[in-house]
Design a protein around this ligand. Sequence first.
Ligand SMILES: Nc1ncnc2c1ncn2[C@@H]1O[C@H](COP(=O)(O)OP(=O)(O)OP(=O)(O)O)[C@@H](O)[C@H]1O
Ligand SMILES: [Mg+2]
Length: 285
Amino acid sequence: MPIAFRDVSHVYTLDPKHTRTALSHIDLNLPQGKMIAVIGTTGSGKSTLVQHLNALLLPTSGEVEVDEYTLKHDTKMRFKPLRQKVGLVFQFPEYQLFEETVAKDIAFGPKNFGLDEQEIDRRVHDAIRAVGLDDSFLQRNPLDLSGGQKRRVAIAGVLAMEPKVLVLDEPTAGLDPASAAAMMALFVRYQAQSSDHTVILVTHDMDNVLNYCDHVVVLHEGSLIYTGDTPSFFNSNETMEQAAVLPPACIVMRNALIQHGFTIDVDQVYTEAALAKAIAKEVKR
Ligand SMILES: Nc1ncnc2c1ncn2[C@@H]1O[C@H](COP(=O)(O)OP(=O)(O)OP(=O)(O)O)[C@@H](O)[C@H]1O
Ligand SMILES: [Mg+2]
């Protein structure tokens, strides 16, 4: 399912006299069937960018192509079929919950898309387990859950729609490290289920990018400053600096070892496991 931005700008109108440009002339083709990270400092335009993927926002100028849809500033269409294909979990998904039970909340999307009761029930059960909660949560009121549990329920609600493109805006922010790792593993599993599944993840966590993502998109003050594979991103000090990214410890360590005379192939070695292997090889030598 092709996703492309063509000369996309997005300008928010604050009041009749004031505007704010959040995205400026974005040209971007996203690879299919990959884990994609969208990164950049606070206010760089990440949330604005991803909300174009299911037409929550339309471009002020330019066009966004998602599957067979072309979205422009004046596009008028039924957005439901698009939103079935592209599931978006907001930055603060807790605010997405509004039904009186968790089960109803998760069922909302599938119901809205006209699935039968039995299929909805299957999806609700699959989704709650996928996010690491058990069936006992289904009858609880979403408002009585902890922040992390609310977030899982919101993610379950989007998973239950079984979208081809799963877009997550900072899904692990504020979770404890074990929950965050479990959540990342869930997204990787989701992507791996089908070559047609793409996961797009907004994150500030460079370890998530390094360990789980194939492709990186970097925004800076509303402009696109990098799109490419993950190893190349972490090998470009200039891009990292411009994006105000501190490289993950593994990359810092690798580069320091190279500076001290180790021979390490930077195109191959960018995970902890690969670095350990490379060090062992050099030490033996
Ligand atoms: N609803 C809105 N109305 C007006 N301006 C907005 C609105 N939403 C975002 N902006 C502005 O647009 C710019 C981009 O915001 P956006 O939320 O896309 O950034 P972000 O990269 O997601 O930041 P963060 O990492 O803090 O979530 C910022 O200058 C922001 O103040
Ligand atoms: Mg944001």
